[in-house]
Design a binder for this molecule. Structure first.
Ligand code: PGA
Length: 224
């Protein structure tokens, strides 16, 4: 496996779109071997994604974009780590959109990391600055899973960080969390993905917009 490619669908992905995405991606099955692929749809598409991936025998790992900070019980609207674990092996936590729009703090992210690990989900913790990696270390302790460095200015803007700067920040994160694998996210596309993948401190990329469409997603792999 040369690099990790995470696809986050954000608040998109009906069942019909999910099946269509898998059908299109399956047409270039050989490309999928180039990376360890983790696809994170909304909860409502998990079942359809799991079934379609299995039916097409694709080397795609399933993830989600969040998990409840509560283990179980009276928490209307929440989806627990145990429930997520019925479908997924990975979970994105602390994305900057959730930190900003929903007030997720470093403490909440650490609670979620703890529950994710309890239920054998591999956390992918998103951080937009090195301080958030420091907070994770202080609140959670040693962390040997995945960190996605995603500067806010780069998310969904078409204005990515430079591979050199991303590499430098990833190096700073690794000084704090020495066992973590660090990925870069923020306006990654088929043209620029390689520049990030090649960096010494980066283990892969996390892609939003450019992965929702199967053709764009495949373009990232084709250029890799
Ligand atoms: P983007 O999103 O690729 O659309 O910039 C990245 C992300 O949300 O992590």
């Amino acid at each position: 496996m040369s690099f990790i490619l995470i696809s986050s669908w954000k608040e998109t992905g009906s069942i019909k779109e999910t099946k269509e995405w898998v059908k299109n991606v399956a047409q270039e099955k050989a490309q999928l071997k180039k990376a360890k692929i983790i696809v994170c749809p909304p909860f409502t598409a998990l079942s359809a994604l799991t079934e379609s991936v299995a039916a097409n025998n694709l080397p795609i790992n399933i993830g989600t974009q969040d998990v409840s900070r509560f283990e179980e019980g009276k928490h209307t609207g929440e989806v627990s780590a145990a429930m997520v674990a019925e479908f997924a092996k990975y979970v994105m936590l602390g994305h900057s959109e959730r930190r900003t729009e929903l007030g997720e703090t470093d403490e909440i992210v650490a609670q979620k990391v703890k529950l994710a690990k309890k239920y054998n989900l591999t956390p992918i913790v998103c951080v937009s600055k090195v301080e958030q990696a420091e907070a994770l270390k202080n609140l959670f302790g040693e962390f040997d899973d995945l960190i996605a460095y995603e500067p806010v200015f780069a998310i969904g803007t078409g204005n990515p960080d430079t591979p050199q700067n991303a590499n430098e920040v990833a190096g700073n994160i690794k000084e704090i969390l020495s066992k973590a694998q660090v990925l870069y996210g923020g306006s990654v596309d088929g043209q620029n993905a390689n520049g990030f993948i090649e960096q010494k401190n980066l283990s892969g990329v996390l892609v939003g917009n450019r992965s929702l469409n199967a053709a764009f997603f495949l373009e990232i792999l084709r250029h890799a």
